[in-house]
Design a binder for this molecule. Structure first.
Ligand code: SF4
Length: 192
């Protein structure tokens, strides 16, 4: 029987982003558990949807998903206009994941955030490496980005909910502004 010492802990940011990484790990016969900790998703109903979706993927792919349900979106309001908010966001997630992996003796940590070309890839690596040192547990790096589209297409086939914004209140507001401007441009065009 396998123990955590044989497994990676895969931080799962959401179901669709985890589609390719989980497929890759299973194809490579790399054992892993998923770890869901994404406490600043806005609004709370969206958080619930993403969590349910991650659980749906875990059922489909048949892997164990550990859930840390801490949710502190209200506290996140102080970071809304802070330019370094993504750094804070990665830090919160990775600190929990590395601590959990260290306490439970996993052989390393990786993250589904490494699949997205829209995330700050180098910053993710830097922060993960710093927690790797702090908790004395390897950060296992993969560049999943070339397979982002493939993963999203498969997520659609699997019937997973695919969100239209990154997650926090700022990204939600950016998306609203984008949609409003798009509608305005359409109206302008229609009115000549
Ligand atoms: S934009 Fe995405 S990565 Fe950046 S703070 Fe918001 S949820 Fe986190």
């Amino acid at each position: 029987m396998s123990t955590n010492k044989d497994k990676l802990l895969l931080h799962v940011c959401c179901g669709p982003c985890a589609v390719y990484p989980t497929k890759f790990l299973q194809e490579q016969k790399i054992q892993f558990d998923g770890f869901f900790h994404n406490p600043n998703i806005h609004p709370a109903s969206e958080y619930s949807k993403r969590l349910e979706n991650a659980k749906k993927l875990a059922d489909i792919r048949d892997f164990n998903l550990i859930v840390d349900e801490e949710y502190f979106e209200d506290l996140w309001l102080e970071y809304v206009d802070v330019p370094t908010r993504c750094k804070k966001c990665y830090t919160i997630r990775f600190e929990k994941a590395f601590k959990y992996a260290s306490n439970n003796q996993y052989k390393g940590v990786t993250t589904s955030l490494l699949v997205s070309p829209y995330q700050q890839h180098e910053l993710i690596i830097k922060i993960a490496n710093s927690f790797s040192k702090q908790y004395n547990i390897p950060f296992v790096y993969y560049d999943f980005r070339p397979h982002f589209r493939e993963g999203q297409a498969e997520a659609k086939e699997l019937g997973l909910y695919r969100q239209k914004y990154c997650g926090c209140l700022s990204s939600f507001e950016d998306k609203l502004t984008f949609d409003i401007n798009k509608e305005l441009r359409k109206e302008e065009k229609a009115n000549g």
